[in-house]
Write a new protein. Structure first.
Length: 354
């Protein structure tokens, strides 16, 4: 009995994990375990023998059972301690900071422009960047043979072979939104339409994708005088200083008469300042909406008239924020974005520039 006791207590003490411990239990107390077999032998003993061997076996069984349980608990404790040591977490460490992003100057300026025109009663309209040639050209009085089509360096979409319909285009200006808006809402109307436009052109002042904002105001008696007032009001609010404008006679197929508009500026050591000096910078095209364009939009030119303009958003962003190269706008260089970008929630207001 003592030998058995020594043997199994030793084995329990040595068991290194739950698996080994279970093997010891089976060897001693399992159905065919050594102790269990011994207990079965009790039946064949004389009553005197049984009286001493019985209680001794039972005591041994109890002792081993509690030794097994104690060892099992000790092993679980050890495993837990090991995990706690391995998965240790220092909750006093400072958090991992994530850098805040910035608002791109184009987004910022679009918001500023929208806020200023909203104050003058202009709603925002949008149109698709992939246009039909009808909206981008024909409806704007630019027929198929017109040189303006060639001048625009248009990107044409692919058509399946044998499909002879004219291809869709990446819109070359925001002017097609004029037609779409007139068709849908009729007159009177007062909208701006900011968005992306595309032309196959690339140098320091041109990128194949850039941004324009279209303006359109139609009513019974809208005139060039209203156009001039609205634009001067806009530029003064946008640049935060009184800005003079200069209208130069020009030509667009979709306006008659047409004018290109310059804003007053000065050049000093290679930097421009808007709103002072004797120089002029061209910033937009404009004019009175051509009767054919009104008609294409479903509006009766004998009843209604209005002005339209198209302005480069990237251009006026460069001017206001002193950004030298247009191409950098679309390079996604983080250093540039952090330098020229705006903090989120730097909410534009019409007074922000002052
Ligand atoms: N769509 C013209 C351009 O892209 C600008 C313009 C718009 C001119 C509206 C007149 C009226 O150059």
């Amino acid at each position: 009995m003592d030998d058995l006791r020594q043997k199994y207590l030793g084995a329990i003490a040595e068991a290194g994990d739950e698996g080994a411990l279970e093997s010891v239990r089976l060897a001693a107390l399992g159905k065919k375990g050594e102790i269990s077999l011994k207990m079965r032998e009790l039946g064949g003993m004389s009553p005197e023998e049984r009286q001493t061997a019985g209680p001794a076996l039972n005591a041994l069984k109890d002792e081993l059972t509690s030794a097994l349980a104690a060892k099992k608990a000790a092993l679980a404790d050890a495993a837990l301690n090991e995990r706690l040591a391995a998965e240790w977490l220092d909750v006093t460490l400072p958090g991992r900071t994530r850098r805040q992003g910035t608002i791109h100057p184009v987004s910022q300026v679009t918001e500023e422009v929208t806020a200023i025109f909203a104050d003058m009663g202009f709603a925002v309209a949008e149109g698709p960047q992939i246009e039909t040639d009808w909206y981008n050209f024909d409806a704007l009085n630019i027929p198929g043979h017109h040189p303006a089509r060639a001048e625009m360096d248009t990107f044409y979409m692919h058509r399946a072979e044998g499909d002879n319909r004219p291809p869709h285009v990446l819109r070359t200006h925001t002017s097609p939104v004029q037609i779409r808006y007139m068709e849908k809402h009729g007159a009177p109307c007062r909208i701006i339409a900011p968005g992306r436009v595309y032309r196959a052109d690339y140098d320091q002042t041109h990128t194949p994708m850039f941004h324009q904002v279209e303006g359109l105001a139609i009513d019974r008696d809208i005139s060039m005088a209203n156009l001039k007032w609205v634009l001067e009001e806009f530029f003064s609010a946008y640049f935060g200083t009184k800005v003079k404008t200069r209208f130069r006679a020009s030509h667009f197929p979709f306006t008659e008469p047409s004018a290109e508009v310059d804003i007053q500026c000065s050049w000093q050591d290679g930097t421009v300042k808007v709103g002072e000096g004797n120089d002029w910078l061209e910033v937009l095209g404009s004019g009175m909406v051509h009767p054919k364009v009104l008609r294409a939009g479903g509006i009766d030119p004998d009843q209604w008239q209005g002005f339209a303009f198209g302005m480069g958003i990237d251009r006026i962003a460069m001017l206001k924020y002193g950004i030298p190269d247009l191409r950098a706008f679309f390079d996604s260089d983080l250093r540039w974005l952090r330098h020229y970008g705006f903090r989120a929630l730097e909410v534009p207001s019409i007074h922000a520039g002052a």
